[in-house]
Design a protein around this ligand. Sequence first.
Ligand code: FAD
Length: 336
Amino acid sequence: MPELLADHTTLRLGGPAREWVTATTEAELTAALDTTDPVLVVGGGSNLVVADEGFDGRVVEVATRGVSPDTDDPSCGGVLVKVAAGESWDDLVTLAVDSGWVGIEALAGIPGRVGATPIQNVGAYGQEVSQTIASVRVWDRTLKGVRTFANTDCSFGYRTSRFKADRGRHVVLDVTFQLTIGTLGTPVTYAELARTLGVEQGGRTPLGEVRDAVLALRRGKGMVLDPDDHDTWSAGSFFTNPVLDAAAVPDGAPAWPQADGRVKSSAAWLIEHAGFAKGHGSDRAALSGKHVLALTNRGGATTEDLLGLAREVRDGVEAAYGVRLVNEPVLVGCAL
Ligand SMILES: Cc1cc2nc3c(=O)[nH]c(=O)nc-3n(C[C@H](O)[C@H](O)[C@H](O)COP(=O)(O)OP(=O)(O)OC[C@H]3O[C@@H](n4cnc5c(N)ncnc54)[C@H](O)[C@@H]3O)c2cc1C
């Protein structure tokens, strides 16, 4: 029986893989990539929308393990932690909080594996991995060799990087994080998190409190995986927040100024104000009952059902506000 992508994605969608390889060592991983067949690299499948037809090629699941902290590097003054791509991201956050490593505590509860975090520069609640990644070691499928990219060479941006832009070329082998050592989290810049923690924006609280507050906020929005809760059968936020010229931001919409002079607005605000309420959709594919930005599988959906809902929302927002939302998850074998 072929492996079904639906069994490996948090949306629980996607047809069969022609071939499936689980790589638990770096040697297995690079060997699995050495093929002329199409290759799809997967970690936890939490940012993937795969066609109902499946993937006509080799799916390579990255399951390498290893966390190596180095506190002796005098140039660092903190800890350099080298983490294999197949490690669970949330387990790494827990280890960091328990070890007094500062810088990723607000990224608790994000599903998936470490190797995928640089791809879209994972972020939440005021932190992004680009703030703590020192370097990313990859297998370059074009040059057929190992390369190491320092942070400044990764072209990190809002939910993007050189790895996302040049899709499929670089397979992340490990990521090295540069974290400081301490008991307090980084200054809390995210207003909702600051309110929850009872501090001013810019204030600091113990690492464990930040992690717990983030997990509570995320649970309230269905953003922590729970097999019994269909609101979490998603790929997280389905659309990125649009970055617009100031004049294009609709009246009343949130507007966060960006370094380039443009303004980031809120995809969730646009969706709600265009008339799509929580739970909108069918008994197969619907907006989450807790957060309009998550498109969810209610149990019996196909990928086409989900994409149909995504098109309806994207087109409705465009008709109402002239803003065309862009999908955040990676679409495989299908399009919006
Ligand atoms: C409930 C929920 C909440 C979420 N919340 C957030 C959030 O707050 N912030 C956020 O940024 N994201 C969030 N996400 C999205 C997702 O969790 C992240 O993007 C995560 O980093 C994806 O990891 P993964 O291992 O599941 O990647 P996958 O879904 O398996 O893969 C995603 C992409 O990365 C590629 N990839 C995977 N591993 C590698 C590798 N080793 N080398 C090269 N390419 C690779 C894949 O080919 C694919 O293109 C959420 C998702 C869910 C379901």
